[in-house]
Structure formats: structure tokens, C-alpha cells
Design a protein around this ligand. Structure first.
Ligand code: UT7
Length: 371
């Protein structure tokens, strides 16, 4: 479909879905793995448990499960999709793109596919890219899947990081909004500062062996004769305190710039859908924006930080819980490794078949010590 010259189409989110692996790793399980306590993790992060992918699961397979649910809620099939965008920093491989794994699994045979990596800001970035494909008329139906298998890049001996992250996937379907129908992404703001890259990173197997790009303290290729590629890759490395500080500033500035660009006030926002990193970060952000906490969606106590998957998982849960009505304005805001950050306002249009969404588990009981 080609729009009239100079006329952009508005994009609507017509389907949402999510997939969480079955295995639950609780804070009490972590107490048996590293020097930590349930109380410390809950108080400092708000997280009580997270999901861990099974051996036969990956960002590709979980992304496909979330995509299937998103298609069902949109009343569509894989063959209706023109473009699949995967948002992940834990791809199935260096190549092909994880989006191609999802494309194949959902039967989107006529779609093109590629991945976006902006760490925890990946979903917002992919949503903005996908929306522009729809707005320009280059693609009619786009599937965006945020999917992460962080458990495979976490150092399970590092208590400063391993308590925070989890696995999972969320997906949305984008389509043009009809005239008079709610929809559209208002004033997306996307930013990055590579000078802050050392705050939060995981080196890949192709990173530099020496010089500025090399991982400090990592053996050079050849030192590990068995697997030279693994010798330069690293688990997640994080300066938690500094990430914390930058996160609050970055999310606040991005959200304010986005609202100003859209001509909106925080009071116009029905529900804020932030990247689920740490309850203290989200509370400080909400205070800065003067958003009451009941308008800030949080499910991190159940899933921890799932990076690019966290916003679409939260969105699918909010829809399944009936928290959004057509015309509501949803503020999405994220930050992550890179350093990357961003925000956008989505005018909610409603999905066609919300009853096709899987049920959201109830709130966790207050944590009792393990037997
Ligand atoms: O998508 C972006 C991903 N990253 C983030 O969102 C991370 C942002 N940062 C944070 O969430 C917080 O900085 C953390 C939760 C990682 C840490 O909380 P904090 O209040 O900033 O703690 P801290 O790093 O200042 O450490 C305080 C103490 C230290 O002990 P000492 O030096 O005071 O004796 C840590 O060694 O807490 C200790 N500590 C722990 N204790 C028990 C660090 N991790 C743990 C742990 N259990 N898991």
C-alpha cells in the first residue's frame, strides 16, 4: 500500500502477546547460589522471582511464542506479516538474525526480517522503526518482538548482577490506523551515549583482542585453545550504582522531551509502561514526572529485568488485565546498555481479540522463608 505523497499513515498496535518460560528462580533459590538474601533483593530492586529459559529455548523460540499470541490477539496469521523486527541483545547467534528464526516459526514466509540491538531500549527502538515502515506505506503489517535469554550471559557467581535479570519475550503487531480510529506513536525520543558504554556491557566473541575495544583482563585468543571465540566474550558487567543514577535522569529527560514534543502533560497519560529494571528507579522516575504510582505499570517482582522484552511483556499483561481502553495514552520509557534511552507515547487502539491472551498470574504472596 502506498500512501499519497507527503502523507504519513498513523500506526496502531493491533495485537500484543508474551511468553515466559516455565522455570521460576526465586530469591530464595538465589540465597543458595550467592551471598545474598531475599530481603536485600526485594528492598534494593523489588524483584522476588524471575523466569529461566529451558535448554531447548532461546530468544528465537520464545520470541516466536510471543509473536503467535500477538498474531492471535490481532486476528491475523503469520502469512499476513510483511516485516519481522527482533529486538534482542541475546540473539540465537551472531547471524542469522533472531528475527529470521521468529519469521520461520510463525510462517511469515513473505516477510523480510532483521534485528535491532539497543539493549534494554531495543523494543522502543524497534517499535519506532516498525512504525515508520507502516507510516511510510513500505510495510502494511509489522511484527515487533522483544526477546531475551539473559540467563545465558549472566555471571551466576556475581551477586551484583545475577539477582536482577530474567528471560522472556513480548511482541506486538503494527498496522495502519484507519481515519477516525485511535492510534499513532507520538514524538518518539531515542538517544544514546557511547561514552557511557562501560557502565553496562557484555562483550561478544568478535570483540577486539587488544587496544581500546578489548575487554580488560580477558585472555587473548589462543590462550584458550579449546574455544578461542569464547575467550573474548564476557558475561554482563555492570556498574550498578552509576547505571542507577543515569537511568533516573535519562528516563525523566526522555519522558519530558517526548511529552513536550507531543504537546501533552503527564496528567494526560493513562498508564506509563516503563522498562522494568528496579522498583526504586521507577518510583524516582514517577516522582520526577509527578505520575502517581497507580499509573506506572510494574510486574518486575515476577520477572526481573528482561531487557528488550520487558515493555512488550508489561503491555501484554496490562491488556490482558483490562487496564487499557481505546484512546488511552500510554507512555513507554526505557534505558539500557550503550548507554541508550528513549520514550514514546502510544495512543491505544485496542486489540481485536483480547480473549486470545493468556491469563496473567495473580500477585505473589508476601514472601515467606523457604521450608
Ligand atoms: O536495564 C538496566 C540494567 N541495570 C540496572 O537497572 C541496574 C541499576 N542499578 C541497581 O539496580 C542497583 O544499583 C543494584 C540493585 C544493582 C544495587 O543496589 P544499590 O543500592 O545500588 O547497592 P550497591 O551497589 O551500592 O551495594 C550496596 C551493598 C554493597 O556492599 P558494601 O560495599 O556496602 O558492603 C554490595 O556489595 O550491597 C552489596 N550487594 C549485595 N548484598 C546482598 C550487592 N549486591 C548484593 C546482593 N545481595 N545481591
Amino acid at each position: 500500500m502506498t500512501p499519497a505523497p507527503g502523507r504519513l499513515l498513523r500506526t496502531r498496535i493491533s495485537g500484543v502477546g508474551r511468553y515466559l518460560p516455565e522455570r521460576v528462580l526465586t530469591n530464595h533459590d538465589l540465597e543458595r547460589m550467592v551471598e545474598t538474601s531475599n530481603e536485600w533483593i526485594v528492598e534494593r530492586s523489588g524483584i522476588r522471582e524471575r523466569r529461566i529459559a529451558a535448554d531447548d529455548e532461546s530468544s528465537g523460540t520464545m520470541g516466536a511464542r510471543a509473536a503467535e499470541e500477538a498474531l492471535a490477539s490481532a486476528g491475523l496469521r503469520g502469512s499476513d506479516i510483511d516485516l519481522v523486527i527482533g529486538a534482542t541483545c541475546t540473539p540465537d547467534g551472531m547471524f542469522p538474525a533472531t528475527a529470521t528464526v521468529i519469521q520461520d516459526a510463525i510462517g511469515a514466509g513473505r516477510a523480510s526480517s532483521f534485528d535491532v540491538n539497543a539493549a534494554c531500549t531495543g523494543f522502543l527502538t524497534a517499535l519506532s522503526v516498525g512504525s515508520q515502515f507502516v507510516a511510510s506505506g513500505s510495510a502494511r503489517r509489522v511484527l515487533v518482538a522483544g526477546s531475551e535469554t539473559l540467563s545465558r550471559v549472566v555471571d551466576w557467581t556475581d551477586r551484583g548482577t545475577c539477582v536482577l535479570f530474567g528471560d522472556g519475550a513480548g511482541a506486538v503487531v503494527l498496522e495502519p490506523a484507519a481515519d477516525g480510529e485511535p492510534g499513532g506513536l507520538a514524538s518518539p525520543v531515542l538517544r544514546s551515549d557511547g561514552a557511557l558504554g562501560d557502565l553496562l556491557y557484555a562483550r561478544g566473541p568478535a570483540s577486539a583482542r587488544s587496544g581500546a575495544g578489548a575487554a580488560s583482563g580477558v585472555p587473548a585468543a589462543g590462550d584458550n585453545g579449546a574455544d578461542p571465540l569464547r575467550a573474548v566474550a564476557s558475561c554482563i558487567v555492570m556498574d550498578g550504582r552509576n547505571v542507577f543514577r543515569h537511568a533516573i535522569t535519562a528516563m525523566t529527560e526522555a519522558a519530558q522531551a517526548c511529552l513536550a514534543g507531543a504537546g501533552l502533560e503527564a496528567s494526560d497519560i493513562a498508564l506509563c509502561m516503563p522498562h522494568q529494571a528496579n522498583v526504586r528507579i521507577l518510583s524516582a522516575f514517577a516522582r520526577n514526572l509527578e505520575l502517581s504510582e497507580d499509573r506506572v505499570y510494574m510486574n518486575l517482582e515476577r520477572y526481573g529485568n528482561t531487557s528488550a522484552a520487558s515493555i512488550p511483556i508489561a503491555l501484554a499483561e496490562a491488556v490482558a488485565e483490562g487496564r487499557l481502553a481505546a484512546g488511552d495514552r500510554v507512555l513507554m520509557v526505557a534505558f539500557g546498555g550503550g548507554f541508550t534511552w528513549g520514550a514514546t507515547v502510544v495512543e491505544w487502539s485496542g486489540v481485536r481479540e483480547p480473549e486470545r491472551l493468556s491469563a496473567v498470574p495473580g500477585p505473589l504472596p508476601s514472601t515467606a522463608p523457604p521450608p
